[in-house]
Design a protein around this ligand. Structure first.
Ligand code: PHE
Length: 452
């Protein structure tokens, strides 16, 4: 199975792979979701559990995804099947890839709606209509946007087309070009924003909120959210990293590459929190405000700061780009599968899939208006898609990938790809066989049987 390349192409270099995978990992999860779920789950203790999940579960599983993809050089379904076959197991393992693709479709559906909110806020910042507004006014403006399906549809459509177009253009012309420029720029802007946050007078409070570990606030539900988020933020459990790994060159070290990706992603999440919480505290807002946090508190802050309009535009542009490079990666595994299995053109596959996810997205954007009555287990479509993917499907996909890498793939094949020092390989192997699956299973168990 060695030395082949994917029919889709391959990354120009190891750094391009790191950048593309970081482009996938760094997205709305880091800048929009992480701060608000940290707020909702009480801060510090949640952050600590999240970091533990990244290190003990996320990074090892990411290594597994990359090596499986790179070994087979095919889309996730066929990659799992081929790697299983090589280790004399059944090709039915490919079904994990199928579940992953379904997760990708569901995530894209609500992701593109939020991407649309971001695009709308670029416009809002450009026109300056948020200058000098109060928190209440900003809150009502966000509420009014959610209640306006026509506007949301326009932005959702634009965001979907942007994502589909890049995937349709292919690995090198599309995904590579889209990621390599904007990720460093995002990082620089976040640092500028942290710099601003330091001047607001709320920095110490924001810092303490994130890094004071008060375990009395930790619940099983919070642990579940932290674990689920570690999969979401690293783009794990659904085949994205596997697909990206299948375009990775053979000579690059998987361990180091994955550490770089995981490290960058975590850094961006923490820096985003340190940029956002101080602004929230210094404006007397509630850190547990939920999904509207970024769209309400940040515009207020920008509306008050010197050059706020400029920073506001740039900030939302960059969040848009971060979301965009992630959205692309949600589509890539399925597009690669369609191209390889049905032997159709990439553009046909991308547009076909695009129409499906765009349609599902309409149900998500309608969750706040014309479809607010439609609920699944008490949640509207938007929340339901978010909940079952991040909290259930990605962790489940992760367990199966770990079990697969630990128990099914023969050590010699895994080590042939990973090339780890033998002590590190043992650790990784234990994580695949036991630590990662058991951690996920315990948390899922307590989700289903909550402790009284
Ligand atoms: N990692 C992305 C984020 O943090 C979301 C994502 C999940 C992208 C799964 C691809 C696959 O926003």
């Amino acid at each position: 199975m060695k030395n082949k390349t994917s029919i889709q192409g391959s990354w120009a270099s190891r750094w391009i792979f790191i950048l593309a995978a970081t482009g996938s990992a760094v997205g709305l999860g880091n800048i929009w979701k992480f701060p608000y779920i940290t707020g909702e789950n009480g801060g510090g203790a949640f952050v600590l559990v999240y970091l533990a999940c990244i290190l003990m579960v996320g990074i090892p599983i990411m290594m597994a995804e990359v090596f499986i993809g790179r070994r087979a050089r095919k889309n996730p379904i066929n990659a799992l099947a081929d790697v299983a076959e090589e280790s004399e197991s059944t090709k039915k393992w490919g079904v994990i890839g199928l579940m992953g693709m379904l997760s990708g479709v569901l995530i894209f559906s609500f992701y593109s709606v939020v991407g649309g909110w971001v695009l709308h806020y670029i416009k809002v910042m450009l026109t300056g209509e948020m200058i000098g507004v109060t928190s209440d006014a900003a809150g009502s403006a966000f509420g009014a946007l959610l209640a306006d399906p026509a506007t949301l549809l326009g932005w959702h459509t634009l965001f979907s087309i942007m994502s589909i177009a890049v995937v349709a253009a292919g690995i090198n012309k599309g995904i590579e070009t889209a990621t390599r420029i904007m990720m460093p720029a995002l990082f620089v802007l976040l640092i500028i924003l942290v710099g601003y946050a330091m001047t607001t007078g709320g920095f110490a409070q924001g810092w303490n909120f994130m890094f004071e570990f008060d375990f009395s606030k930790l619940t099983w539900n919070a642990a579940l959210v932290a674990l689920g988020h570690s999969f979401f933020t690293l783009s794990l459990g659904m085949g994205t990293i596997m697909a990206y790994g299948s375009y990775m060159t053979k000579d690059a070290s998987i361990g180091k590459t994955v550490l770089a990706i995981g490290g960058l992603d975590t850094l961006v999440a923490l820096v985003a929190g340190l940029a956002i919480f101080p602004i929230i505290f210094s404006n007397g807002m509630d850190p547990a405000a939920g999904p509207g946090l970024m769209f309400i508190s940040l515009p207020v802050a920008f509306g008050q700061m010197a050059f706020g309009q400029l920073f506001g535009v740039l900030f939302f542009v960059l969040i848009g780009v971060a979301a965009w490079t992630s959205a692309i990666s949600l589509l890539e595994p399925t597009v690669a599968f369609l191209v390889e299995r049905l032997k159709i053109k990439r553009i046909t596959a991308a547009v076909g899939l695009g129409i499906i996810v765009w349609g599902l997205g309409i149900a998500c954007l309608g969750s706040f208006s014309f479809m607010s009555d439609v609920t699944f287990f008490g949640k509207n479509t938007f929340d339901f898609f978010d909940y079952i993917t991040a909290n259930i499907m990605l962790p489940l996909g992760g367990i199966f990938i770990a079990l697969f890498a630990g128990w099914v793939v023969k050590d010699k094949f895994a080590q042939d790809e990973l090339q780890l020092p033998s002590a590190v390989f043992k650790l990784w192997n234990i994580s695949m066989k036991y630590t990662a699956p058991i951690a996920v299973a315990i948390v899922l168990y307590f989700l289903i049987n909550p402790m009284q």
